[in-house]
Every structure is written in structure tokens, then in C-alpha cells.
Design a protein. Structure first.
Length: 269
């Protein structure tokens, strides 16, 4: 595993210019890949030889995805310690009381204290916890527009769209095809709301994984030799209230949750 404690430790070594000469979108993206073992420090063309030689021995073999998630979550908890949760409450549509910031995550209360400790009625796993913390830190409080757009149309979404389709939409479609109670559970368990007939879909509903990050779910049933279809849409303000990594993370996290729920009912997604 990398001897760097986390991606932020690598990031601090870089000039933070986001020059893209390394073919990554940002210095933070490059730092994350160095930490994961996918890139090497000497692949940053503007980093001094002195720094490269000093730290090149700290990069070892690639770490696991689970290790990366845990490290990312630890970084976010550290950042939360420097966040004014009381002032954050308004922009994230939350409530600050008794030293804790509370927001609604999938209709359930989710609270966090200044030390980064989290409390909720839903199972807190890294896929959900990390996007929630990122949302609290980076949400700009922009009002919802009511205009639904696909993931690829959000800022930074085009580059990640292939992974999003594979890990979120296609996985969600498999669950919908096999777990008949999926949409009922989305309404009963997670406060989903029916949303008419968007895009001529057979089923449309809206869920609120985060207060300013609603997701429109559309499902077309299999019929007349046509395969079923499934797509997720986001309010066009999503990339201002949550960056693309948060949007991706929360969608993937919901898929993980429903994969587990469907398996508990004996349904293989």
C-alpha cells in the first residue's frame, strides 16, 4: 500500500495550478491516482526534481478500492472539523441544534457533529457517508431549477459518464428488472414521490438523497420484444450544489443499498 497517509498528503506537494499537463482534470485528481498507485509523482511535469526524489519511495503498490474509500472518508472528516456547521445549515437546507447539523438523506435524519461523528436511521457506509460530507462542505445553496438533465450534461459528467452508466444505471436496471418491490420500497422506505410520466416512461419518481440533490428515476418496462430501460436524471443545479464526484458517489451508494435490500428478499440483482 502507498505510504502516503491519504490523497491530500500528495496534493499538498503539487502546485495546484490544474494545468492538465499530466492529462488529469485537476491536481487533486492526479493526487488521488498517485495515492491509489495508478500514477507516479514524476508524471507531474511541473513538480521539482527535488520533491520527486524526496518522496518517490513513499509510493508502493496499488491500494484496494475499499482502502481508498476509507481514506477519502477520513480526509472529509478532517475537513469537517474546520467547517462552521451552523453557517452551513442554511445553504445545505439543514438544521443546526445542540451542536449538530442535521439534514435529510433519503427522507431520514442524518446528523453530524463538529468532530465528524455521524448519526442516522439509515446504514452509514462509505458510499453514502463520503458524498454526504462532501455535500455539506461544498454545497453552494443554489435553488433547484426544476430542469432535469442526464449525468453527462453536468459539469465534469461527460468524462465519467461511461463509469456512471455501468456502475449506476445498468446495475439499477438489473435490480428493477428482478425486484418487483423496488419502486414501492423507494416510496415507502425512502420517501420517494411519484412524478407523472416523464419521457414517456412507465414509472417515474423522485427521491431526495440530499436536500438540494434530487434524482428523477425513470423506468421503461419490457414489452413487445423491446428490452426494459432505466435512466437517472438530475436537477441542472446539481453540479453547483454537489460536484460530479459527489453526484456519482451518491448514485452508486443508492445502488449498493438496494442490491443489499433485494438480496435480503432472495432476489439476485
Amino acid at each position: 500500500m502507498s505510504e502516503f497517509a491519504n490523497a491530500m498528503e500528495v496534493f499538498k506537494l503539487l502546485d495546484k495550478s490544474n494545468c492538465r499537463k499530466c492529462n488529469e482534470q485537476t491536481c487533486l485528481a492526479f493526487a488521488s491516482k498517485v495515492f491509489l498507485g495508478d500514477r507516479h509523482l514524476d508524471q507531474c511535469p511541473v513538480l521539482s526534481r527535488k520533491i520527486i526524489e524526496k518522496y518517490q519511495g513513499k509510493q508502493k503498490k496499488k491500494i484496494t478500492l475499499e482502502e481508498y474509500r476509507e481514506s477519502m472518508l477520513a480526509d472529509l472528516k478532517e475537513e469537517i472539523k474546520f467547517c462552521d456547521l451552523k453557517n452551513a445549515a442554511q445553504r445545505v437546507t439543514g438544521d443546526f441544534s445542540k451542536g449538530k447539523l442535521t439534514i435529510r438523506v433519503l427522507g431520514k435524519q442524518f446528523s453530524i457533529d463538529p468532530s465528524g461523528n455521524m448519526f442516522s436511521d439509515i446504514h452509514i457506509n462509505p458510499w453514502i457517508a463520503a458524498p454526504v460530507l462532501g455535500y455539506i462542505l461544498h454545497c453552494k445553496g443554489v435553488p433547484l431549477t426544476g430542469k432535469w438533465v442526464p449525468f453527462r450534461e453536468l459539469k465534469g459528467g461527460r468524462e465519467k459518464n461511461g463509469l456512471f452508466v455501468q456502475r449506476s444505471e445498468k446495475c439499477f436496471k438489473k435490480i428493477a428488472d428482478n425486484y418487483t418491490n423496488l419502486f414501492k420500497d423507494l416510496i415507502l422506505l425512502f420517501n420517494g414521490k411519484k412524478a407523472g410520466n416523464h419521457y414517456e416512461s412507465d414509472i417515474s419518481l423522485v427521491i431526495y438523497p440530499l436536500p438540494r440533490l434530487p434524482i428523477l428515476i425513470c423506468y421503461w418496462k419490457k414489452e413487445d420484444g423491446m428490452e426494459s430501460d432505466f435512466h437517472l436524471f438530475f436537477d441542472s443545479s446539481a453540479d453547483m450544489n454537489a460536484n460530479i464526484d459527489i453526484v456519482y458517489g451518491i448514485a452508486a451508494g443508492i445502488v449498493v443499498m438496494f442490491e443489499k435490500i433485494s438480496m435480503k428478499h432472495g432476489v439476485s440483482p
